[in-house]
Design a protein around this ligand. Sequence first.
Ligand SMILES: *Cc1c(COP(=O)(O)O)cnc(C)c1O
Ligand code: SF4
Length: 454
Amino acid sequence: MNSIVTFPNRIPAAEFEERRFTVYTDRQFDKIDVIQQLPAETLFEMKVVASVLPFRVNEYVINELINWDRVPNDPIYQLVFPQKGMLKDEHFDRMAALHREGADRKAIQALAKDIRDELNPHPAGQMDMNMPTLGGEVLDGIQHKYRETVLFFPAQGQTCHSYCTFCFRWAQFVGDKDLKMSSTEADKLHGYLQEHKEVTDLLVTGGDPMVMKTRSLAQYLEPLLAPEFDHIQTIRIGTKALTFWPYRFVTDKDADELIELFARLVDAGKHLAIMAHYNHWQEISTDIAEEAIRRIRATGAEIRAQGPLIKHVNDNADDWAKLWNKEVQLGIIPYYMFVERDTGAKAYFEVPLAQAFHIYREAMKKVSGLARTARGPSMSAGPGKVEIQGITEIHGEKVFVLRFLQGRNPDWVQRPFFAKYSETATWLPDLKPAFGEEKFFFEDEYDAMRKGNG
Ligand SMILES: *Cc1c(COP(=O)(O)O)cnc(C)c1O
Ligand code: SF4
């Protein structure tokens, strides 16, 4: 039987039942049936940790992405449910004591704030160095770190369908208003982009912009089809909704409108890239996840995949190879493997750079060329995105070979540089220049930039 694709429903969804979005936060552990089977001590630990770090999980993730027979070692369980080791013993013990005493919410909040302040809530100078202005006014929902790409944080997109325990934006989810970066007005975004013709890429991010209603998203994106925004060639939308709530693209009330919006952007000549955050192949193991991918791709939008390497979740080459292969099979382009940032529960999740490179390389060896488009392991640090390209020996010295994939100064990009090898280093500042040099080539310039920005 031939099917004829007609407008307006040119990308009909396969038959899936509409689902209600049901979500649980730290005050509703008691309502999550399946975890009531876990040991009482585990439940208590979760509550303690969730009073410091964000917790939010929806029923789809609980029922369909987690293999409960494998808990606590299931990767998706580790990705969303708090674990004792995510807090330092000292922090955990103090918070546990408050809970045991039955302390009130105010006392718990106060201690939580003290602990959070010690967890580097704003890594890589995000708050003070990337604040663009328009007419002398600081635009707090916009970041412009790399010449050709502007990041935009729409106010209505500053939450997610579930929270990742390792999220580097965790601070904005736990009610600390000072730390929030979000924007209220589309006008400011459009004004800024109009004044910056060097910008080719707009990256809409969050939280997760896909928590927004299609109507709100359209307010930001449709105006970009006007001729004065011809320099904006690419619109990227960063999202984990393909994992946490694929119904967004299939059965939600405004799913068809969303798909239609994507198609309109593509038809008007924009490159639309959905930047899907994936950590593990289990996230794309359901029919609804595949259907969401199929519908997005049918609009002509690309889906590119990126995600951090996380201990307890995906710290092995087999899972990465399987993830990249599955992505390629479904028409998704593997883009970045990130190194987990130096924030939050980093001690629990971190993988040393040497091991990260080993996992990356072993995974690459297992896949075909089409899956080798994933670059990394890459650190999104203050000066830029720094990739570990290799580990080698030069004149008897073991070194990391590094390069900038993105730099605060575009001239830094693709220049190889070298750091002394280390088994334990996990982040850029842990690295020392190789060959007895005092500084990395970019350091003086970067320091000057930092001072310039106060
Ligand atoms: C990663 C990133 C971008 C986009 O960089 P690409 O290499 O073009 O993907 C833009 N801004 C910031 C702050 C980033 O971290
Ligand atoms: S989906 Fe992204 S922004 Fe949301 S919690 Fe996970 S990592 Fe953070």
